[in-house]
Design a protein around this ligand. Structure first.
Ligand code: LER
Ligand code: MN
Length: 283
């Protein structure tokens, strides 16, 4: 029923062909590429994916302080818009269906201007990006990040609200259960509330490791995705423990984050999916 993808952010330092080979071996359908266009040669990406029978489900764009659509400095906003344009171009060239869009930087926990100004700058930048993405048939998605990574979009209902303000038909939302486990009253209800606006999802356990390694219950989440007839990819975004998820990537990861967790992610969730299909799980 579900299609599975994996975000290669955790394999930041690895050659793409090795990552894609691993995903193909464990039965994934797609890859969710971290959004650093200079790290890839798009024709090579297409060839590697074709050779392994995978597609690109999404681009996980990386919004740093220099790529802040809501920054008071127009130069920073312009830089952010240029970055977004470069990831849209990359998404178009590698055939990605969705692309993460953020009103302001990740790891920014306090605003730098008034809420009215930040909202105005962000909406302008996102509308421009949506119009360009539309010409390539790409959908933009807002992802809620927990309070230690963001001061603005912490819950899916806030993403839905911003989606309405942006008011472009190719803009939707995504969930990330690591963040949702911290911020939502009920992860499953928040996904149900997003309904057909939910265009992508990141799964990770409570400690951001592979599902099954922490203590998060994935059964209600998979049931909610089934109930809303979720048509997007179920993507895993697992990351080692760190206050700044990007800092840790520079160092590389331990052996268990490679084959062992890639296999465990898909096996754990496919087992739940199978049980839900056979109706053997009651929640
Ligand atoms: C990106 O998908 C995300 O979830 C952020 O927390 C980046 O670490
Ligand atoms: Mn995520």
């Amino acid at each position: 029923m579900f299609k599975y993808s994996f975000c290669n952010l955790v394999w930041f330092k690895e050659e793409l062909s090795k990552s894609v080979d691993r995903l193909a071996r464990f039965g994934y359908d797609a890859i969710d590429l971290y959004g650093e266009p200079s790290a890839y040669k798009n024709d090579e990406v297409r060839q590697i994916l074709k050779n392994n029978g995978l597609v690109v489900s999404s681009i996980c764009a990386l919004y740093s302080n220099e790529r802040d659509l809501a920054h008071p400095d127009p130069k920073v906003r312009k830089n952010a818009q240029e970055y977004v344009k470069s990831v849209i171009d990359m998404a178009a060239e590698v055939g990605a269906l969705t692309l993460g869009i953020a009103p302001t930087a990740c790891m920014k926990t306090e605003p730098l201007a008034s809420p009215e100004d930040e909202l105005k700058w962000a909406v302008e930048g996102i509308q421009q990006a949506a119009e360009l993405a539309e010409t390539h048939g790409i959908k933009l998605v807002f992802e809620a990040w927990n309070r230690y990574e963001h001061y603005w979009l912490n819950r899916v209902d806030q993403c839905l609200e911003l989606m309405k303000q942006v008011d472009r038909k190719n803009v939707g939302v995504m969930g990330d259960v690591f963040h949702m486990n911290i911020e939502e009253t009920s992860v499953a209800d928040a996904l149900r509330n997003a309904g057909s606006n939910l265009l992508n999802i990141h799964l990770a356990d409570s400690n951001r490791a592979a599902p099954g390694v922490g203590h998060f219950d994935f059964v209600p989440v998979m049931q909610a995705l089934k109930d809303i007839n979720y048509q997007g990819y179920v993507s895993y975004e697992i990351l080692p423990a760190a206050a700044n998820p990007f800092g840790v990537l520079e160092k590389g990861v331990g052996e268990e984050w490679l084959d062992q967790y890639a296999e465990q992610c898909i096996t754990h969730i496919k087992n739940i999916e199978k049980s839900l299909l056979q109706n053997t799980l009651t929640i």
